[in-house]
Structure formats: structure tokens, C-alpha cells
Design a protein around this ligand. Sequence first.
Ligand code: R1P
Ligand code: URA
Length: 316
Amino acid sequence: MKESISNANFPRDEEDRVYHISVKVGEVANRVITVGDHVRARRIAKLLDSEEECGHPIFEKQSQRGFLTITGRYKGVPVTIMAIGMGNPMMDFFVRETRASVEGELAIIRFGSCGSITHLAPPGAVIVPSAGYCIRRNIDYFADEPLYPELKDKPYLFSGHFKADEKMVEILSNTLKSAIGVIESESEYVGPVLTGGLNVDGCSFYSSQGRFDPTFWDDNQDLLKEVALKFPKTHSIEMETSMLFHLAHCAKDPKKPIKAAGCMQVFADRLANGFIQPEVVALLEPVVGKACLDALIQIDIENEMSPEGTVWECKK
Ligand code: R1P
Ligand code: URA
């Protein structure tokens, strides 16, 4: 830590940058794509308008805590691409600190990778969920002296659903279907786009996604069966998208609403134990990234920030 910080409740540095993402108002646009992976973020950023086209440089900030923020314009519209790493806590840092760094409405599309638990979406498919829920490892179950004996048969806890923004889901699904339609003939391993189901976030890639690890006490042998019984419309399993929907639902300042949608490329086939091949990712990822940008700029934003004083203000 190099900067001096005030306010332990919501820390910012002397330049008013939020503590972990290290951005301030004017550095993040109202329309944001978030990904887990820096390489994916930089690939998508290659599609942004050049400085000659938009009249300002592309802003880039790598925080000491591993968040990468890239802000520029796509087809003239201000957008931010942010890589946040993995897991619900990173989504929490991202949503809260981004929300604090943007005025007006915030529209967020998450573009991730996932496991699939449906034959309708093999590796190379893209899933756009309508809603999501979470599975948490019940830490107390594993304690020496559990505090909640009434949960003694529940090593994993399920939440109820949180909806994605319906309009964003519609725009994203349509844009993805057109984009994937164009490349489906190039590889039998690309597509389809599957919509209308549920995503589930595990708090771990391993135990709470039902992966078996003989070196740990996990009691998760029936977890995926429980998923199929409780929520048969579950298509995808990953680590951030449901948390995004949950936090968008809980944003309570009427001047600072959040709307969100997500899409995931299927990497892991959790039914047949298969994994996507690198050449399929190389074909799929740029097309999905571009479709996310094309969808994002179609989304209406209330009280969008004025470019004046921001990193997307035209200088010419
Ligand atoms: C696990 O491999 C990671 O991949 C998925 C999961 O949600 C988790 O973050 O998403 P990303 O590819 O966006 O990181
Ligand atoms: N990401 C996840 O979280 N799980 C998978 O199975 C694949 C990608």
C-alpha cells in the first residue's frame, strides 16, 4: 500500500480513487463489461475505437490488487472493460467500488466461462441465464463444534433466485445468436446459444461445484443431483454471475441503479467430464466479446454521465 487512506468504512486514496480497483469518478463508463481474465479483457479492448477515431487515448489502470480497468469508446459509445479475477468476493469489490465511481445508471454485462450441466450446452456453447442463485459451503457443518446443529445434514446451502435485467438479456441473446450463427459453420464445436435457464454460482470452483477431491472432506457427492432436483432449469455453474444479479437487486440508491446480464462460454462439460479445446476458445471468444460490446451499446442508460472531465472526453 503506497497511498494514504482516510475513511475505514469506504476507503479512498488522496486522489479519491477507490481502494481496490483504484479508479475515480470519470474513469469508468456507465456501460461495463466484466470478465475474470486479463487476457480476455485485453482481447476485447482491441475492438475499441482508436485514439484517431474517438479523439482521446484509451484509459488503462491496473490496480495493485489485480483489477484491470480499460475505458474507451466502441462505435463512439463510452464503455469500460474490467477484469476482476475470480469468485464472489471479487465481484463484490467490483460492483461496490464501480458503483461508487460512476454517476447515473450502471449497466453491466459479465462475460465469463462456466461448466455446463445440460446436454443442450456442450463445450463451445454460450449460455445466457435469465436468473441465478448461489451455493455456499456451509462452513459451520465442518466445524469441530457446529453452532447450528439444525444444519447438520446440510454441507451446502442454496439461495433463491435473482433475476437478470430482462431487456438486457433479450438484447444480449439476440446479438449473440446472430454473431454465433455466422461462425457455427466454421466448427462443429461452436454454439448453440442457450437462453432461458438458471446460472448457479459456487463459492468454490471445487467443493461447491460438486467436484470430487479425495484429499479434502467435502461431503459433496450428491450436490449436482441436488441441483438437478431443486432447480432443474439450471444450465451453467460458475462463480460470479449470480452474485452480480444479487448485488444489482440489492442496489438501493434510486439515483444509482444497476442492471445486469451475463453470458458464459461453456468450458467444462460436467455431465461427460469433457473440456473445451484451445482452438475452439480462439474462435469463440473474440466473437462473444464483440457481441457483448455490440449488445452493451444498445442498452439505454438513465442519467448517463457527461463526457466533460472524464477520460472519454474528446480532445480534438
Ligand atoms: C474458474 O475457472 C473461473 O472461470 C469462470 C468462473 O466463474 C471462475 O471465475 O469465469 P471466468 O472465466 O470469467 O473467470
Ligand atoms: N468456471 C467454473 O467456475 N466452473 C467450471 O466448471 C468452468 C469454468
